[in-house]
Design a protein around this ligand. Structure first.
Ligand code: TYD
Length: 138
């Protein structure tokens, strides 16, 4: 589980089939270091728009480009990491405490997020200055 303190790309299972491929995620599978409490997805993102712009105190997330592509930018308070997601069988694991922005959405893309917590605004850090203070204390 050591690697899961850092963001990383997780390869999800793929069931190849001439009728079309299938990928799944299941609690207890041990691939993902958290139990899934909530799933949400963004879609119809207009060209040039960005999303995110916050960090979480507690929520762990797995971000999957189930369709199309987009870029996820993660900041730990010191350096940015950039990930282009465009494969529905790869997920980006994001631990809590990372400022994230998402951009470069392709037309028709769908960003699915599996997360470890129920929705709570209290779990968000939405002010970058506050994030920097928290990150400085790590
Ligand atoms: P937000 O997390 O800021 O979106 P993103 O990071 O994808 O740009 O959420 C946008 C709005 O949607 C905000 O008002 C909170 C609401 N929301 C929910 O009600 N439930 C949810 O599970 C999520 C993720 C957001």
């Amino acid at each position: 589980m050591e690697q899961y303190k850092e963001p990383c790309i997780i390869d999800l299972p793929r069931i190849y089939d001439p009728r079309g491929n299938l990928t799944f995620v299941e609690n207890g599978q041990s691939l993902i270091p958290f139990a899934i409490e909530r799933v949400y997805w963004t879609y119809d993102v207009p060209a040039g728009e960005g999303r995110g712009g916050h960090s979480h105190h507690e929520a762990q997330e797995l971000i999957v480009a189930t369709s199309g592509s987009f870029r996820v930018n993660l900041f730990d308070g010191k350096e940015w990491r950039h990930y282009t997601l465009n494969l529905p069988y790869k997920g980006l694991y994001v631990p809590p405490g990372y400022w994230r922005t998402l951009d470069n959405f392709s037309s028709g893309s769908v960003c699915m997020v599996l997360t470890s917590t129920a929705y709570s605004e209290d779990d968000y850090v939405r002010e970058f200055d506050e994030f920097l203070k928290l990150a400085g204390g790590r």
